[in-house]
Design a protein around this ligand. Sequence first.
Ligand code: AHR
Length: 674
Amino acid sequence: MGSCKVPYSVLLLYFVIGTFFVSQCSAIGVDANITARLLVNASDAAGRPIPDTLFGLFFEEINHAGAGGLWAELVSNRGFEAGGPNVPSNIDPWSIIGSESSLIVSTDRSSLFERNKIALKMEVLCDSEGTNICPVGGVGVYNPGFWGMNIQNGKTYKVVLYVRSSGAINVSVSLTDSNGLQTLATANIIASASDVSNWTKVEVLLEAKASNPNSRLQLTTTTAGVIWFDQVSVMPLDTYKGHGFRSDLVEMLTDLKPQFLRFPGGCFVEGEWLRNAFRWKASIGPWEERPGHFGDVWMYWTDDGLGYYEFLQLAEDLDTLPIWVFNNGVSHNDQVDTSNVMPFVQEALDGIEFARGDPNSTWGSIRAAMGHPEPFDLRYVAIGNEDCGKKNYRGNYLKFHSAIMQAYPDIKMITNCDGSSQQLDHPADFYDFHIYTSANDLYSKAHRFDHTSRNGPKAFVSEYAVTGTDAGRGSLLAGLAEAAFLIGIEKNSDIVEMASYAPLFVNVNDRRWNPDAIVFDSSQLYGTPSYWVQRFFTESSGATILDTTLQTNTSLIASAINWQDSNDGKNYLRIKIVNFGGDKVNLTISVGGLDPNSIQLSGSTKTVLTSGNLKDENSFNQPKKVAPTKTLLENAGTEMNVILLPHSFTSFDLSKESSNIRTTGTDSSSRASF
Ligand code: AHR
């Protein structure tokens, strides 16, 4: 019989191993008693104003961010152009309802519209009577949109299409589930032969009687004949400000209180080849007439419903300043010689005139005709994207710079060349700075601009993110490193005037780039930790950055701002701290330059972003697994002992009476002491 008694030697071994593990646990610090001290001089006079423009957005047409994303159009390939200008062509993602014996579908070049000649031809062989009877539901085509259309009960959808036929037609326009079995909304287009013998625009409003996030549009008939379709659009009526943007996605943006909108890319602006680069003139005017284009960097077709005008409108709707990035004759693989670049320069000048010219000007009049007689507030343009160092970049840049300077002396120009470590050899108001790196590296880059020359152009950190294994599809670890980097940007906001995360959006059905700030499909969305980190900085633009001193041996970084809530005029001191280490930290915060009695417990809060694991991510199932939690700050005061959780980002928001007591001057000698 065996014995359950544990021999003494084994117990001793357990004790030794146990002791070892306990001391190992202490070494990684779960209960470590690490202390640190943060001194904050909260006197406004000793602080420095942060530029109004500091934090904004970079929108790129990548990951179906726009087409199948922010742009609410539900039909994909609405003009049948995505297969190219030759016929017969691929009509993907349109598909056929019916069999060869009932229907032949092809494309031809008979469109009404000169810049997009392809139309869909449907030869219906079956009929409602005779020998070849059509199936009950009819035959025709369907479009599943961008991985399913989100149709919601009670909402109204506007269908617009162009139709032509050699005879009378009776076409059902329906929104159905993904198999066509359940009809969510339907209407019939009934017209005599003479009504549709030429291309005719038809508009139908469909009110959904049920919801389905994976719906499709069907065009079907049970009548024999030949019918052509072109430019088929389905738009929900409830877009943001009625301007065609998907409201739930825009609301994620407004919550960031962005100060600028850089658009439309990124590499999207460059193209692998110039012939596939985004060209603004092809993206304006009536949507039916836009040719659309294949973006060969991110490898998908866009109908360009979200065009240059719509980007400017979006900036205005978000109450931000537009920053237009245009191609300067350089793509990833080919370049226009500087001696031939003037047509590109003229295109940029025309684009500026389109945005802000008089409604009577050549291009301003087109903007006015599109519904915006007032100029858009375009003050910044970026000449190319990530092209510095390419053979013709500098030469081309100089041509653009001098022409724009002459025509629009107030426009601020942004070069692709990094001026943070060496002086630029060409004139610019800003230099573009992009960084994608590991978490440790970005954390250390909080000091990237500490020693940058304060003379010369300002920095525009227009793309930053942690990428690679540290980030996955958007981890807490990435967010913490980005928080540290942004604290560094705040502190250096005398030289860095603008910063934006990249990329902004990803449709989960076409992940071209990981991670991204906002993840969505047809009906759901969530912010990654990187998104939530940006929410901590929404009050920073235009605030006052304060002097802070951290006394610590551990991985902390902190900043403090004074800011005023424009809604109620209340003043706040916000102290933000990243604890990048795995230890809990006992932090003493001492606030000087402030009357202790001016801090109000009511309205003072603490907001923490952390999670159980550094690699934790959000998902549709757990959209707020890693999201900030806000609690009352019960010990708010000028001396506070607080705990910083391991791997966390914390914001302490102290609600203040409006006046500071020690605001005596702006020079360092007048700074309040602790
Ligand atoms: O943000 C994704 C890409 O990264 C951008 O298109 C490009 O500018 C950078 O290389």
